[in-house]
Design a protein around this ligand. Structure first.
Ligand SMILES: [Cu+2]
Length: 168
């Protein structure tokens, strides 16, 4: 009897903890919304992530779009990007380019004191199933989920096909 009661207590505590952690991740996501926050800390964890230089080259009509961005980590612990989704597009996947083709990957490392770079010719996001055809100047919300940090939401601008970060 006593043992059973103890077990139930533990299970309940675990549920409360999980709820608290979930709430924490949500707060992190809200506080980190700005994409040019310049190293906004992600509270608690040792990985400290920020997202910069995000853009989507204007896709051909009805076509799939690529997405590029840089995830900086000023913390002493690595993290992993494990999922990307968007309220404005039904499919966002992570791709790695090889010499002749590209392949989907399930996760991408964000090294400690380093950065994950998604850039032309290399690793990128593939965005399909736009709810509304994008036009120049639009912003698409991307929700980036990391193993340790949780979810960071960024608004990614749609730019000319030839745009490169650092240009205006
Ligand atoms: Cu691709």
């Amino acid at each position: 009897m006593k043992g059973a009661l103890g077990f139930r207590r533990t299970a309940l505590a675990g549920a409360v903890l999980a709820t608290a952690l979930g709430g924490g991740a949500f707060l992190v996501a809200c506080g980190n919304g700005g994409q040019d926050g310049g190293g906004a800390a992600a509270g608690g964890g040792a990985a400290r992530l920020s997202v910069a230089d995000s853009y989507i080259p204007m896709p051909p009509a009805g076509g799939m779009a690529a997405g590029y961005l840089t995830v900086r980590n000023e913390g002493g612990e690595g993290d992993e990007l494990v999922k990307v989704s968007s309220p404005g597009a039904s499919s966002v996947t992570m791709h790695r380019s090889t010499a002749s083709t590209m392949e989907q990957v399930e996760k991408l490392d964000v090294p400690a004191h380093g950065a994950l770079q998604l850039a032309r010719g290399g690793t990128h996001l593939m965005i399909m199933g736009w709810q509304k055809a994008p036009v120049l100047g639009d912003e698409l919300e991307l929700d980036l989920t990391f193993t340790r940090t949780g979810t960071i939401s960024v608004k990614v601008p749609v730019k000319e096909l030839t745009y490169r970060p650092g240009q205006q």
